[in-house]
Design a protein around this ligand. Structure first.
Ligand code: FMN
Length: 209
């Protein structure tokens, strides 16, 4: 698949999972793509925990449902009504969760390029996630990023040590196809902004153009 096609066809997937297991060689390829990501000081501060145990999927699903309710309780009127129609995860349907961790101790005490910006380690992990997401798209798989969770809960669910931060739960699985329009647009929650609204010439201009 052409890179720009993968970029444009990539979708956050929630409802489209078929439940068909991902072939091991395909899983290996998308994890290799993640592991090929750039990282500050070449620290490669990521870990991937593959979760397939139905009991773990169920426990995470139930935790996410509680967090969904917590968010829903902050909404009212049209926002509450619109949110109630949006599915926010496909944890059980995908059959595979990939928990992506950030280990700030990876790469030793002298990470080249992180002395002024501690978050550069976290940015590196997100680069790995995007690589995985695009590779999965090229493989015809769906990926859904779930962030409706408390880090302590997920850390303990998958046995991550205290210093490792769970950055994402990715629902990864076989899909019949990928939707053309993001769910959040389809349900009227938010729309993709125009490129011109985020480009600034020379200096940041608030509200321009
Ligand atoms: C950091 C991050 C966290 C996200 N968390 C969730 C989530 O908890 N549930 C969900 O349904 N989508 C989640 N998404 C997906 C976004 O809703 C989605 O990327 C956005 O609506 C644009 O749609 P698209 O990815 O299909 O282009 C998350 C995406 C990112 C990058």
């Amino acid at each position: 698949m052409h890179l720009y096609d993968a970029i444009n066809q990539r979708r956050d997937t929630r409802s489209e999972f078929t439940g068909e297991p991902v072939a091991p060689e395909v899983l290996e390829r998308i994890l290799s793509a993640a592991h090929a990501a750039p990282s500050v000081g070449m620290s490669q501060p990521w870990d991937f925990v593959l979760v397939r145990d139905p009991d773990s999927l169920e426990r995470f699903h139930s935790h996410v449902a509680t967090e969904r309710d917590t968010f829903a309780a902050t909404l009212s009127g049209e926002r509450a009504e619109t949110f109630s129609r949006i599915k926010i995860e496909g944890i059980r349907e995908s059959g595979l969760g990939i928990v992506v961790g950030y280990d700030p101790t990876r790469g030793g005490p002298d990470v080249l390029g992180r002395h002024a910006i501690a978050d550069a380690g976290l940015y590196s992990v997100v680069c790995a996630i995007q690589n995985l997401w695009l590779a999965a798209t090229a493989e015809g798989l769906g990926v859904g990023w779930v962030s409706f969770y408390r880090e302590d809960f997920l850390r303990s669910l998958v046995g991550m040590p205290e210093h490792v931060r769970p950055v994402a739960w990715l629902c990864v699985g076989t899909v019949a196809d990928l939707p053309e329009v993001p769910d959040l647009e389809r349900f009227g929650w938010r729309h993709r902004s125009a490129l011109s609204s985020v480009i600034h010439e020379e200096r940041y201009a608030a509200g321009a153009p």
